[in-house]
Design a binder for this molecule. Structure first.
Ligand code: SF4
Length: 190
């Protein structure tokens, strides 16, 4: 873990928090919502920038960035770099961000073979199915990467997903200006 902290305890302004799901399933975001009614005291200390809650499309200058999911395509790389450029503290949230997680299971296969199987030769496909090639679609990477392989990450919060209690403990310590530590029972790797 990094020693990066936020000197927020004496700061009257609310801290800005941005969250995003890259190659993830939104399970880590759902776990964030498991903090339940604690979202109310949290909202007294933070306001959300880009996140599924606000639907803001680009991350502006923020204190904390939470990244769910690994990096599987060119758009993920772009979004992750935007978060790194704008967030003072960047957190890899959950197994997919920490080490690629489930999406990285494709890493031992050839990307071309996967696309061929999924869109051309797999069962149940309509006749004449083609591999999507619209230029608007982000180009897939050959491998799924953990976020720290692309940008510098300040903290890693493992788990699939990390529990709401772990996310709460992590964020509240960070907001108080401390380097977060999670005790036994909150840190998990499954
Ligand atoms: S770590 Fe688990 S819950 Fe979080 S995005 Fe990955 S698969 Fe989903």
């Amino acid at each position: 873990m990094s020693s990066e902290t936020l000197d927020a305890g004496m700061t009257p302004r609310k801290l800005k928090v941005a969250t995003v799901s890259l190659a993830g399933c939104f399970g880590c975001h759902m776990s964030f919502l498991d903090i339940d009614e604690r979202i109310l005291p949290l909202l007294e200390r933070v306001e959300f920038d880009r996140s599924p809650i606000t639907d803001i499309k680009h991350c502006g200058p923020c204190d904390i960035g939470l990244i769910e999911g690994g990096v599987c395509n060119a758009e993920n790389v772009h979004v992750l770099r935007e978060f790194r450029a704008n967030c003072k503290v960047l957190i890899a949230l959950g197994a997919c961000a920490v080490n690629g997680g489930l999406p990285a299971q494709r890493n031992h296969l050839e990307l071309a073979d996967i696309l061929q199987q999924v869109y051309r030769t797999g069962h149940g496909l309509a006749e004449g199915s083609q591999i999507p090639n619209d230029p608007e679609l982000p180009l897939p990477l050959n491998q799924v990467h953990a976020v720290h392989e692309v940008v510098r990450i300040d903290y890693f919060l493992p788990g699939c997903p990390p529990s709401g209690d772990a996310i709460w403990a992590f964020l509240t310590q960070l907001i108080k200006g401390r380097a977060p530590t999670l005790g036994h029972g909150l840190l998990q790797y499954d």
